[in-house]
Design a protein around this ligand. Structure first.
Ligand code: PXP
Length: 258
């Protein structure tokens, strides 16, 4: 039977900070969310320090590093300012994402090919400091090849197009985007990259992505925080964890029975 890698869940707590910031006070506290996520089965906590600080703040990053045992995955733009912050706090991992001030959320993956000259020194500086670097990319083999050339140990595959197709009931789009994710994940593994995935995942569409054998981490935020309004954060994280584990077990049974 093919060996199955464990699948980690990174819980993105940005939108706890979005709700906090709507009133400017301390509540709800993203650190409390991180602790609840940990108890509910998260393997890591993810936070995006945006240039405009619309949700997570510098102080949140300092507190997450000082007070939370879970590995911190800092999402950051490839800028000198963010590099300085990452080197000061030394998170377990840094996921480099494209960022535009006017966007509502991260739109599309990084252009690693076009941006290699700027990305290279940032990947190296973070790597030399012991931070595990991942590049957030579209499921496109050429982007993965260049990520590898730049020395990034990890890529996170953007699942946004797959989730959009799912949301709109576009079965052909779902099949196309899923196969792009599967092919990119297999290619990435074959060239020595660790494969993560995320963006837009929900209870309904997580399983096919969780079944991709070479994906070892999913980063999920908006849906979990939204669902927490109705069922509580511990329950939403626990349910996602269950679905991911079920998907992995279903795949093992399929491979084992083949
Ligand atoms: N991965 C990356 C690189 C992201 O930028 C985001 C959004 O911040 C996520 C995962 C999580 O996406 P969502 O909040 O839609 O689950």
């Amino acid at each position: 039977m093919a060996s199955q890698k464990p699948l980690r869940l990174g819980v993105n707590i940005d939108h706890v900070a979005t709700i906090r910031n709507a009133r400017g006070g301390p509540h709800p506290d993203p650190l409390r969310a991180a602790r609840i996520a940990e108890e509910a089965g998260a393997d890591g906590v993810t936070a995006h320090l945006r240039e405009d600080r619309r949700h997570i703040s510098d102080k949140d990053i300092a507190r997450l590093r000082a007070e939370i045992a879970l590995p911190l995955n800092l999402e950051m733009a490839a800028t000198r300012e963010m590099l300085g912050i990452a080197l000061r706090h030394l998170p377990h991992a840094a996921c480099i994402v494209p960022e535009r001030r006017e966007e509502r959320t991260t739109e599309g993956g990084l252009d690693v090919i076009g941006g290699r000259a700027g990305l290279g020194p940032i990947v190296s500086a973070l790597g030399e400091a012991g931070v595990r670097v991942s590049l957030f990319v579209e499921p496109d083999k050429r982007q993965l090849d260049v990520a590898r050339e730049l020395g990034a140990p990890v890529v996170e595959l953007h699942t946004g197009s797959y989730c959009e197709a799912f949301l709109h009931g576009d079965a052909i789009g779902v099949a196309r985007e899923l196969s792009r994710l599967q092919e990119a994940a297999a290619h990435g593994t074959s060239i020595g990259l660790e494969i993560h995935a995320g963006h837009g995942l929900t209870y309904d569409d997580v399983k096919p992505v969780a079944r991709i054998p070479s994906v070892v981490e999913l980063n999920i935020g908006h849906f979990l925080v939204g669902e927490a309004i109705f069922v509580g954060l511990a329950a939403s994280v626990r349910r996602m964890r269950e679905l991911m584990d079920e998907a992995r077990a279903e795949r093992s049974a399929l491979v084992g029975g083949a």
